[in-house]
Design a protein around this ligand. Structure first.
Ligand code: SAH
Ligand code: SF4
Length: 367
């Protein structure tokens, strides 16, 4: 059961960040090979038909049943009666001057969601969303400005990757779960989607090329840890002070900074994968010398931090990135305290920033 559906969950967006509605529509794109084998067995067809079908959906990335010439028409019809190959379609493609491409996808119920292709040299990164809206309500974030509308299904998450690969005409080399939504408020669908994306019989993307970014809801984190995926984790910290973090990330779901540090450690212990903190830099708010020093100490030698100068949002005109010289000083101070800083450019091709702006462009297109 996902967080959003669990009424006893204190981190559930339904309780702390708006409403979530019924289960989103599934598609074969979100099904695992085991699911497909099960469905094919139920239809009294040989197992190799399941392998063929799975290959069509996940390797060839067929958009519907028509292309699947080596599958009997009757079987295709039976599978189609259960659910479509994909439940989303592209409504709008927006190419930026800086090479990023944003896709606005229309979901079966008319909702829309965005995903981004970020090319960088040999890298092609797909930034995927996990919810329509977000219930966490970070004060600087366009995705969460209207609360959460609903969780995405595993298929709706995987389909974003498929559409981006189609647009790129190539496979993605990296996936970041940094789009709209709090991924660990939709852990079950996220895990299912990531398993499909990692599946050797399908997309076959290695776990170390996948990063999940979270504000750190407790229950979702525990659930995610238990799933045993070996992906990288990014924890959105944004403040080194308890009370300030509660203001900036109102419904992040974790108690203390220490607790977030504990999550980072548990993830590292369980997976051996790097954990990165994310820190959106807000001029005059979380950019003091003292904050920088504290952040450096919190990071220590084992954690990277992505310092992301805030991209402006129209609904919070008072929040803005510090002047570049201030950003540089902040970074220097963190580094001096031993933190490893990964400075981000304040540009559209910045992964987190490009992804963090999703709701904005969506609203401007008038969903
Ligand atoms: N909900 C998850 C993942 C999506 S947000 C999370 O918060 O971690 C991905 C990143 O984009 C986060 O680190 C977020 O803080 C950042 N972001 C959101 N709005 C932004 C803005 N206006 N400028 C810069 N980064 C932003
Ligand atoms: Fe949600 Fe992440 Fe935006 Fe915060 S930054 S509102 S957690 S999408």
């Amino acid at each position: 059961m996902s967080d959003a559906q669990d009424e006893t969950n204190p981190d559930a967006p339904g309780q702390d960040g708006g409403t979530t509605t019924t289960a989103p529509p599934p598609s074969w794109a979100g099904a695992s090979l085991v699911d497909v084998k099960h469905a094919v067995a139920e239809l009294k067809q040989p197992t190799y038909r399941a392998d063929q079908f799975y290959r069509w959906v996940h390797k060839q990335q067929a958009e519907d049943f028509d292309a699947m010439g080596n599958l009997p028409r009757a079987l295709r019809d039976q599978l189609a009666a259960q659910m479509p190959v994909r439940s989303t379609k592209i409504r709008h493609i927006h190419e930026s001057d800086d090479q990023t491409t944003k896709l606005l996808l229309e979901l079966a119920d008319g909702e829309t969601v965005e995903c981004v292709l970020i090319p960088e040299g040999e890298r092609r990164t797909a930034c995927l969303s996990t919810q329509v809206g977000c219930g966490v309500g970070c004060v600087f974030c366009a995705s969460g400005a209207d609360g959460v509308i609903r969780n995405l299904s595993a298929g709706e998450i995987v389909e974003q990757l498929f559409w981006l690969q189609k647009i790129a005409g190539d496979r993605m080399t990296h996936v970041v779960i940094m789009g709209m939504g709090e991924p660990l408020h939709n852990t079950a669908a996220l895990v299912a989607a990531l398993r499909v994306i990692q599946s050797p019989a399908g997309v076959d993307l290695s776990a170390r090329r996948i990063t999940v970014s979270t504000s750190g809801p407790r229950r979702g984190f525990d659930e995610f840890l238990q799933a045993g995926l070996q992906v990288k984790l990014a924890i959105s910290l944004h403040s080194v002070h308890e009370d300030q973090r509660k203001e900036l990330v109102p419904r992040g779901g974790s108690g203390t900074i220490e607790e977030l540090q504990g999550m980072a450690q548990r993830w590292f212990d369980a997976t051996g994968r790097d954990v990165t903190y994310e820190y959106v830099l807000l001029g005059g708010i979380n950019d003091s010398d003292g904050d920088a020093r504290l952040l450096g100490r919190i990071c220590g030698p084992h954690r990277n931090v992505n310092v992301i100068p805030m991209n402006p949002v129209p609904f919070a005109p008072d929040l803005r990135a510090p002047a570049p010289v201030r950003v540089q000083r902040f970074i220097d101070l963190v580094t001096r305290e031993g933190g490893m800083v990964h400075a981000r450019r304040q540009r559209g091709d910045d992964v987190a920033a490009a992804c963090g702006q999703l709701r904005l462009s969506r609203t401007s297109k008038g969903r």
